[in-house]
Write a protein that binds this ligand. Structure first.
Ligand SMILES: Cc1ncc(COP(=O)(O)O)c(C=O)c1O
Length: 390
């Protein structure tokens, strides 16, 4: 091994902790070979351009294998810090002033400075995740600091200074599990409407809403008459699916040999859960959930638990093997579908959502049904006549 490093042939002692600064000679040779044989713009029709594209594709495939990720997730650049500056600027294009960024005290400055610079330029807030006395990332501190305004948790996988390894799956789980919305009462005049709006969101979006009532506002009086406007929000009428859509859904279910149902936020009502589970039972479908709906089918013998990055290997295999995936009130986003890799090449994808605009936002769907989860599952069940379970 040593013989492959020209830099180690002398008596100089390298104590650089990350260990990445010295490279074996073949790295230098490969760079030189690439510059010699394949130096051109990419995307053109001529031979050298094709060669560069081949070098890039091979390098990304190799790096993807090494890092256990998709080649699409691999980006080469000048160095880590410059890439992080580019990433932070690109990721934040549609963020709003007041959005938050969490950086970690375990990190190298290359993982922190780009986010601090970005926050200063764009009016974002930065908060630090602390370390424990034994210099691990403090996950309790992370949990306390996470809220729905956090757009990114920037943290290193392993500290280059002290060598502690971060439980990244757990960090990612905590970050993505934050489904709570936070709302604030800003003044006595607006208190009633703001509180009603919070209740409407909780009811209609089926989300947890944290309503903050600042002490200084608590101390003030609500204007006369304002409380008369306080009324419980009208329940939103459940969206009835069209007969044509439920018939189309019944037809794909009839044809499916290995269906998997993935339930999301929109299925998180007792009625929604039961109707989806009953339909799954009728058609022999396995049951999974997105992260926010995790636990919905707890105790059901056909439950695969969560779909996505935290699926068990067996659950991932079974989802990948499905010939039909139905998302019930579930966006089928990149986390739930592992960037689409949980969907087989020939799998039919169906989405049921009471917001028509949610259909097909993250995945191409062969059938999109606009309808309330419980009503839609119930209508399909009604059409089956109840018998013929499989
Ligand atoms: C953990 C960690 N992050 C970031 C960097 C910065 O990398 P670069 O010099 O490629 O910007 C280093 C460099 O040692 C590092 O060890």
């Amino acid at each position: 091994m040593r013989a492959r490093f020209s830099s180690l042939q002398g008596d100089f002692v390298f104590l650089d902790a990350p260990g990445g600064s010295q490279v074996p000679d073949e790295v230098g040779a490969a760079i030189a070979r690439t510059l010699r044989d394949a130096s051109a713009n990419i995307g053109a029709n001529y031979e050298t351009s094709k060669r560069v594209e081949h070098v890039l594709a091979t390098a990304r495939a190799d790096a993807g294998r090494f890092l256990n990720c998709s080649p699409d997730d691999v980006i080469f650049g000048t160095n880590m810090t410059v890439l992080d500056f580019t990433l932070s600027r690109t990721a934040s294009r549609d963020w709003k002033e007041g959005d938050r960024i969490l950086v970690s005290r375990l990190d190298h400055d290359g993982g922190v400075a780009p986010w601090i610079e970005l926050a200063a330029d764009r009016g974002f807030e930065v908060d630090w995740i602390d370390v424990t006395p034994d210099l691990r990332l403090d996950l309790d501190d992370l949990e306390r600091k996470l809220d729905e305004r956090v757009r990114v948790v920037a943290c290193v996988a392993s500290s280059n200074a002290v060598g502690t390894i971060v439980d990244l799956p757990r960090v990612s789980e905590l970050a993505h599990a934050v489904g709570a919305l936070s709302a604030r009462v800003t003044s006595p005049e607006d208190a009633v409407e703001e509180a009603c709006a919070a209740v409407r969101r909780a009811l209609h979006e089926r989300r947890t809403v944290l309503l903050n009532l600042p002490l200084q506002v608590q101390a003030l009086d609500v204007p006369d008459g304002a409380l008369d406007l306080a009324a419980p929000p009208a329940a939103r009428a459940a969206v009835e699916p069209t007969a044509a859509d439920t018939a189309a859904l019944a037809e794909v279910l009839e044809r499916a040999r290995r269906p998997v149902f993935v339930a999301g936020r929109g299925a998180r009502t007792p009625g929604g859960r039961d109707a989806v589970a009953e339909l799954a039972q009728h058609y022999g479908a396995l049951l999974a959930t997105s992260a926010v709906a995790r636990g919905l089918f707890h105790g059901n013998p056909w439950s695969l638990d969560v779909s996505g990055g935290f699926s068990s290997p067996l659950a991932a295999e079974l989802i990948q093997g499905a010939d039909l995936i139905v998302g019930w009130g579930c966006a089928l986003n990149m986390w739930t579908m592992r960037h689409g890799s949980l969907i087989g090449a020939d799998t039919t994808v169906v989405q049921v959502d009471d917001e028509a605009s949610a259909l097909g936002t993250h995945r191409d769907v062969q059938l999109g049904v606009t309808g309330d989860v419980e009503l839609t599952a119930q209508r399909v069940l009604d059409g089956t006549g109840g018998g013929g379970r499989r």
